[in-house]
Design a protein around this ligand. Sequence first.
Ligand code: ZN
Length: 246
Amino acid sequence: MRYLILSDIHANMTALNAALDAARGHWEKVVCLGDVVGYGPDPNEVVDCVRELGAITIRGNHDKAGSGLANADDFNPVARAVALWTRDQLRPENREWLEKLPIGPLTVDGFVMVHGAYKDEDEYVFAPAQALDSLLDAPAQITFFGHTHLQGGFTLHNDQVGALHFKPQDNHFSKLTIEEDTTYLLNPGSVGQPRDGDTRAAFVIADLPNKSVEFWRVPYDIESVQKRMGVGGLPEPLIMRLAFGR
Ligand code: ZN
């Protein structure tokens, strides 16, 4: 079974459409690692789309704040403003769908999904030392995580933690071949708000029976998203950052 692995879509329908167009025909099932909403201008459109895709989805911190399940007190002022804006925009049934999303970790078809870290959905895994806990805790060889918006991940092999970075060429992907005696913590990157200096939408196509994980990047029309954010009155720093991929 080939899986399309999405994370951190953040209410960016243009980026999600670009990812789906590029990935068409390459997958049978979809999973989503959380942060369906927050930051972006299209919360209802993105929730509708993820629901229509039948994506197996776990919640992220922005889904909790955007649905009202959590107050946004621990967010910075900009993120909090958008969480409240998102709450206002969401249709009741979409708000309820977000509220009821399961908490990771979730095991699907032999791999594990988490939003942040294995033991804490809100923890950011940036460094090998932080990755080690999740690599040791996870009950499967491969765990997919999000939250940092950085495409790549970590490996554990012979008690050594390694870091993985990818720089796919235009409209293409980098392929990782899964090795027998290695444990993986892999981040597909963010569809709707990449922060690794690459502005393109990021996602993964995983064909684990064939030991293949493809890290994809596809360009999308950033300006059209920025325009909708402006019309919606979303904070300027969020509008700007899409153009920098930071
Ligand atoms: Zn996020």
